[in-house]
Design a protein around this ligand. Structure first.
Ligand code: NAP
Length: 520
């Protein structure tokens, strides 16, 4: 078994004892161990602040962008190794592994490209972007106010979820590093192998200045008690852990910035005008099937609730069942398999309990895959069959809007009017993404207006874009990712917008000519 060491203060180091065992979710065999017991977290965070921060701030955007591009290329060069690690430890099929890894390299490359548009000059001892045109503050045209943004003087601690071990690390790191802020990244222990490999590749390639990127493999221990004013905590994971982190003393007493990406009951609405068999209908079906099955439903943006006009309930369920029935599931390395196992024993338990809870609450199983799992050893592995539920009275089955079953399952529900569909989506109390399929402008306007306040992103699948392969679960670095309420209230990515979390906005007031010279 591989021992996954942490990379702290410029060296690979391992905690005491056996620590946690990471397993192959298809066979339940151990593949690696990791321990953080006794590691010097305080020293690591200080090392980031004192070594990594100044080194990054001494560079221009263009220079930091070049680092990101080098990171992207180095990881891409080891793509096959990363795919193998992902299949082995995350249980993802080859296609799903690529989705994670190419997402990582693509996001790094995107931010490398964005760096070129941010100017190559180093100002204000680091970043110093100027926002907007500035404001005249008194009658005199001389007295002027302008807003600048400078990188925070702390370290960014990134605590990630198990489902995207490569992309989760890279999408957060790309933004922080470009902003000039050093990173300590902590993957979820259960699937830390691909993240460990990413960091190993980057350390071996000697791309980043020392202290710019550190890795914690294993339990976070007391690491977060060492956060100080000026640090940033960015978290992706369950709402329960997110709520716990918000109550950390560092957050409540020392104003450490926190960004939370948590649970989400993402919705898809089939518009009232969509005819069965139309282009828009097929786009809806294609995306819904992908969003329920891709990564075995373990995507924060996966579709959990499907709202359809009442008269289409049976046709939708029949078509989705037929299409999902064609998706081969089984061992992630087996030829042709598109749905692998869940990532861990805990997920396996949670998904099965979640499905039972939805049924107890009044939802009915409308369809469930069956049969043997291709290439898997019988009785081994965290496999589940894809499931479609139906809830014909959506308001009477409250749990369907509350409990995120983090697996290949979704509930189909009827609505009467676009207004009602928007209200039903809102019952999820905040989500990452909602998709709407239709072409009727009035209905679309009603749906977007009703859904947008509850959602970080809305995708409209209409006739003219029906052939586009961008389905709602795909997070693109140029658009924001995050959502209100249950989704954590956070926001990441979104191109330049993502840098805000890692920079301090300051209003600077004074002689306009002087300010122009300072910030030219
Ligand atoms: P989790 O149990 O909350 O764990 C997430 C991360 O938090 C892991 O790295 C975990 O470390 C760490 N952690 C757990 N307890 C902690 C504590 N007390 N202090 C500090 N860190 C702690 O969530 P998960 O099971 O990995 O992920 C599943 C959930 O994440 C789903 O509900 C899903 O909706 C959500 N998710 C959201 C997004 C999004 O972008 N909004 C994306 C992906 C997943 P250990 O692994 O070492 O325990």
């Amino acid at each position: 078994m591989i021992r996954l060491e942490s990379y702290l203060q410029g060296q690979w180091t391992s905690g005491e004892g056996d620590g946690s065992t990471l397993v192959d979710p298809a066979s339940e065999q151990g593949v690696a161990t990791a321990s953080t017991k006794g590691l010097d977290f305080d020293g690591a965070l200080r090392f980031g602040r004192e070594k990594g921060g100044p080194a990054l701030r001494a560079m221009s955007y263009a220079e930091r962008g070049a680092l990101l591009m080098a990171m992207s290329k180095a990881l891409h060069a080891e793509r096959e190794q990363l795919i193998d690690d992902s299949i082995l430890n995350a249980g993802t099929t080859r296609t799903d592994s690529k989705f994670d890894i190419d997402g990582a390299t693509g996001t790094l490359a995107y931010y490398a490209g964005l760096a070129k548009t941010l100017g190559s000059e180093r100002t204000l001892g680091g970043l110093g972007t100027v926002e907007g045109e500035g404001e005249q503050l008194t009658r005199s045209k001389r007295f002027w106010g302008t807003h600048i943004r400078t990188p925070v003087r702390g370290v960014a601690v990134h605590v990630n979820a198990f489902n995207f071990p490569a992309w989760g690390f890279a999408e957060k790191a790309a933004v922080a590093l470009l902003a000039g802020v050093p990173v300590v990244t902590k993957p979820a222990t259960a699937t830390a192998l691909p993240t460990w490999r990413c960091i190993k590749i980057l350390v071996d390639a000697k791309i980043l200045p020392e202290g710019a990127l550190q890795l914690v493999c294993g339990s976070p221990g007391e690491m977060l008690t060492h956060l100080r004013t000026g640090d940033v905590l960015a978290f992706t994971g369950s709402g329960t852990t997110g709520a716990h982190l918000r109550r950390l003393e560092a957050v409540t007493e020392r104003s450490v910035r926190i960004n939370v990406e948590a649970d989400s009951l993402n919705a898809t609405v089939l518009g009232p005008d969509v005819e069965v068999g139309s282009e828009t209908w097929f786009a809806f079906v294609r995306d819904a099937v992908r969003e329920v099955t891709q990564k075995t439903g373990q995507k924060c943006t996966a579709t959990r609730r499907i709202f359809v006009p009442k008269q289409h309930m049976d046709a939708v369920l029949e078509t989705l069942a037929e299409e999902m029935g064609r998706v081969p599931f089984g061992h992630p390395a087996a030829e042709g398999v598109r749905v692998g196992p869940l990532a861990s024993a805990q997920q396996h338990k949670d998904v099965r309990e979640g499905l039972d809870a939805l049924v107890d609450a009044g939802a009915k199983i409308a369809w469930q895959g069956s049969g043997a799992f291709e290439g898997a050893t019988e009785g081994k592995g965290y496999f589940v069959h894809p499931t479609l539920l139906r809830a014909d009275s959506p308001r009477d089955v409250g749990l369907v809007h509350e409990r995120e079953v983090f697996g290949p399952a979704s509930t189909v529900m009827p609505y009467d009017t676009p207004e009602e569909a928007a209200e039903l989506v809102a019952l999820g109390e905040g989500g990452l993404v909602a998709a709407i399929y239709g072409n009727d402008k009035d209905a679309l306007r009603t749906l977007v207006e009703g859904i947008a306040p509850w959602s970080g992103r809305v995708l409209i699948g209409s006739k003219k874009v029906a052939d586009q392969a961008i389905s709602p679960g795909l997070v693109l670095p140029s658009c924001v990712h995050g959502g209100p309420g249950r989704a954590g209230g956070g926001e990441e990515l979104g191109g330049r917008r993502g840098l805000d979390l890692y920079t301090q906005r300051t209003a600077v007031q004074g002689d306009r000519a002087l300010l122009d010279k300072l910030f030219e």
